[in-house]
Design a protein around this ligand. Structure first.
Ligand code: ADP
Length: 570
C-alpha cells in the first residue's frame, strides 16, 4: 500500500490547505467552474465559506471583513464573468484602502487564446483595481502566490490583491509530502512589507508644538484610524489636550458621538474656523472638501497622519507624519505627557464649539421629536436611534446606504464604539448593504447587525436576504421605502415629454413595494410598518429575536431631496 505521503493531492486541496495555514477562517464567494472543489475543500479543512448569489455582494462582504478584522477578506469567484462581477468588491477595497484578496478560477492555460469557456485575461483585467496580482502557472506556485497576495493586501496602505488559479493548475497533482514542503517553504519566506517609516522625534515635537500654539485646534479622524485600532490612543490624546474632534462618517464611534468634545454637530464652524487640524487616517478628499476654502480657512495648517507616504505627498500638508495611526498617537501622547497642555472647558474655542453643538442639537431635536405620518426620514430615524440606544450589550454594527437615508442616519444615529458604522464610503458605493451585513455578522459574532437602507440601495443585492436566512445571521434590515432612487417622480412638466413620457420616471420603482415579503419567501421574518407604533413593535421584536428580518418602512415619496446632500454634483 502507498505511503500516505505518496498520495496525490490536487491544486484545490493545496490552495485550501495553504489558506488555512495562513490563518484564513472565512471566505465569501460564488462557486461554479472551476472553483467548486476549492470551496468544498476549504470547508472540509475548517474554513467557513459564505456562499452568495452574486460575486458583487460577496466582494463587498470580503472588503468589509478586511476592514473589520484587520485581516484580508477573501473572495472566491469563477472565471470570466465571475471575475468581472468580483471587481466591484476589489475596487471597493482599493477605494476604501481595505485589505482584501480576490481569488478567481480561470480557463485552462492550454486553451487560452482560442475562445475557451469563460475565457478572459484576468490578470490584465484586475490591474486597475488591485495593488498586486499574480497567476499560479503550476501547482507548485500556489502556496507562494497565496502567501504573497495575503501579505501584500495587508501591508503598508491596505488594499485589494488578486490571485489567478487556472483550471489546469487546480487539477494538477503533487504528493502530500511535497504539498507540506511547499506550504512550509512559502510560509517561512520573509513577510513582504512596504518600507516602514520611522518617525523622528523632532516631527512629533513639531506636531505637538503646532497644536499647543494653535488658537483653534481640531482633531479629525477617519476609518484609517479605526482600521489601526487607535481608539484608546485617540481618547487619551483628546482628553489630555482638550481639543475638539470631528470623526468622518466611518470614523464615528472611535470616540462616542456623545462625548463633550465631539464637534460633529458644529461641523461647519469646526472646519471653517480651525487654525491647526490634526487629521488621522482620513484623506483630504471630497468627504473633507479637499481641505480647501471655502469650507476650510485658507490659512489652516494641516498635520496629516497616514500610513501611506504618497497620500501625504499628494496633499502637501504643513506637516506629514507617515506611520501607523496607533503608533503615531502613542508617540504624541508620550510627548504631551512630558510637557502637558489642555485647553479646558472655558477656552474660547472649546466654548464656541460647545455652544454651537448645543444650539444645533436642540434645533434638530425639535424636528426629531415630531411624529410625522406618512413618515418623513426623521421620525423613523429617531425611533430607530432610540431603539438602538435602548439595547444592552455590545453596540450593534450599523450598515447604512442610500442618499437621504444615509445622510439622515449619519446625523441622527449615535455611534458609541469603533468600527460599528459601515456605509457607502469613499466611493459612494451603493449596493454594499447586504454584503456588509453578512461580513459584520461573521466578523463580529457578539453584535447585532442593523442595516438602515434606502430602497434603492437595498435593491442592488436584495436577493442576499436568502443568504441571511440560510446562515441564520443576526441581521435586521430596515428598508426606507420611498418608491425609488431619491423617491417619487420629481420631474418638472417640461421634462415629461417624448414618446416614452408615460413610462415611470427613471428615479421611480413600483410604489409601496412589499419588500418585507422577500425575506418571508425564505422563512425569514418580514414587517410592514407605516406608523411609529408599528415601527417600535417591529424593532423591539426583531432586535430581541436576533433573527434575519426585513422591516419595510413606508416613507412619503416626496420626503427627502434628490441626490441627498450632494445635489451640486448631479
Ligand atoms: P475616511 O473615509 O474616514 O475619511 P479615508 O478612507 O479617506 O478615510 O482615509 C483613510 C486613510 O487611512 C487612507 O489614506 C489610508 O492610507 C490610511 N490608513 C490606512 N491604514 C492606516 C493605519 N494603520 N494608520 C494610519 N493610516 C492608515
Amino acid at each position: 500500500m502507498a505511503d500516505s505521503h505518496e498520495t496525490l493531492v490536487d491544486g484545490n486541496f493545496l490552495a485550501a490547505k495553504c489558506l488555512g495555514r495562513c490563518g484564513v477562517t472565512h471566505m465569501f464567494g460564488v462557486v461554479g467552474i472551476p472553483v467548486t472543489s476549492l470551496a468544498n475543500r476549504a470547508v472540509s479543512l475548517g474554513i467557513r465559506f459564505l456562499a452568495f448569489h452574486n460575486e458583487q455582494s460577496a466582494g463587498y462582504a470580503a472588503s468589509a471583513y478586511g476592514y473589520l478584522t484587520g485581516r484580508p477578506g477573501l473572495l472566491l469567484t469563477v472565471s470570466g464573468p465571475g471575475c468581472v462581477h468580483g471587481l466591484a468588491g476589489l475596487s471597493n477595497a482599493m477605494a476604501n484602502t481595505w485589505p482584501m484578496v480576490m481569488i478567481s478560477g480561470s480557463c485552462d492555460q492550454n486553451d487560452a487564446g482560442h475562445g475557451d469557456f469563460q475565457e478572459l485575461d484576468q490578470i490584465e483585467t484586475v490591474k486597475p483595481f488591485s495593488k498586486f496580482s499574480v497567476k499560479a502557472r503550476n501547482i507548485k506556485d500556489i502556496p507562494n502566490c497565496i502567501v504573497q497576495v495575503l501579505d501584500r493586501a495587508g501591508s503598508g496602505r491596505p488594499g485589494g490583491c488578486y490571485l489567478d488559479l487556472p483550471s489546469d493548475v487546480l487539477h494538477q497533482g503533487v504528493t502530500e509530502l511535497e504539498a507540506e514542503r511547499l506550504i512550509s517553504t512559502a510560509l517561512s519566506s520573509s513577510k513582504w512589507s512596504e518600507s516602514g517609516n520611522v518617525i523622528g522625534s523632532s516631527e512629533i515635537e513639531r506636531a505637538v508644538e503646532l497644536l499647543r500654539n494653535a488658537e483653534r485646534p481640531l482633531i479629525v479622524f477617519g476609518k484609517g484610524a479605526a482600521y489601526a485600532r487607535a481608539e484608546d490612543e485617540i481618547r487619551k490624546f483628546v482628553e489630555r489636550t482638550g481639543i475638539p474632534f470631528l470623526p468622518t462618517p466611518m470614523g464615528k464611534g472611535l470616540l462616542p458621538d456623545s462625548h463633550e468634545l465631539a464637534a460633529s454637530a458644529a461641523r461647519s464652524l469646526a472646519i471653517g474656523k480651525c487654525d491647526v487640524a490634526l487629521v488621522v487616517g482620513a484623506r483630504l478628499n471630497w468627504l473633507l472638501h479637499f481641505g480647501e476654502p471655502p469650507k476650510w480657512s485658507k490659512d489652516v495648517k494641516f498635520i496629516l497622519v497616514d500610513v501611506c507616504k504618497d497620500e501625504i505627498e499628494l496633499r502637501k500638508p504643513h506637516l506629514g507624519l507617515v506611520g501607523d495611526a496607533k503608533r503615531v498617537l502613542e508617540l504624541l501622547n508620550k510627548e504631551i505627557k512630558e510637557d502637558p497642555f489642555c485647553l479646558g472647558k472655558s477656552h474660547p474655542w472649546v466654548e464656541a464649539i460647545s455652544k454651537k453643538v448645543k444650539e444645533n442639537v436642540s434645533r434638530m431635536e425639535v424636528q426629531l421629536s415630531k411624529d410625522v405620518v406618512p413618515f418623513n426620514f426623521l421620525t423613523p430615524m429617531r425611533i430607530i436611534r432610540d431603539a438602538i440606544l435602548g439595547l444592552g450589550g455590545p453596540a450593534p454594527v450599523v450598515v447604512s446606504e442610500g442618499a437621504n437615508t444615509m445622510d439622515v442616519g449619519r446625523a441622527v444615529l449615535v455611534q458609541t464604539e469603533a468600527r460599528t458604522r459601515l456605509d457607502a464610503g469613499t466611493w459612494g458605493t451603493m449596493g454594499v448593504g447586504l454584503g456588509y451585513c453578512v461580513a459584520a455578522a461573521v466578523a463580529e459574532p457578539g453584535r447585532l447587525v442593523i442595516a438602515v437602507e434606502g430602497d434603492s440601495g437595498f435593491g442592488f443585492s436584495a436577493m442576499e436576504v436568502e443568504t441571511l436566512v440560510r446562515y441564520q445571521l443576526p441581521v435586521v434590515v430596515i428598508v426606507f421605502n420611498n418608491g425609488g432612487v431619491y423617491g417619487g417622480d420629481r420631474r418638472g412638466p417640461e421634462e415629461i415629454t417624448g414618446p416614452f413620457k408615460d413610462d415611470p420616471a427613471p428615479t421611480s420603482f413600483v410604489p409601496g413595494a412589499a419588500y418585507h415579503t422577500l425575506i418571508e419567501a425564505f422563512g425569514g421574518k418580514g414587517y410592514l410598518v407605516e406608523t411609529p407604533y408599528e415601527l417600535k413593535y417591529a424593532l423591539t421584536e426583531s432586535f430581541s429575536s436576533r433573527k434575519p428580518s426585513v422591516i419595510n418602512v413606508i416613507i412619503d415619496p416626496y420626503a427627502g431631496a434628490e441626490s441627498g446632500r450632494l445635489q451640486h454634483k448631479n
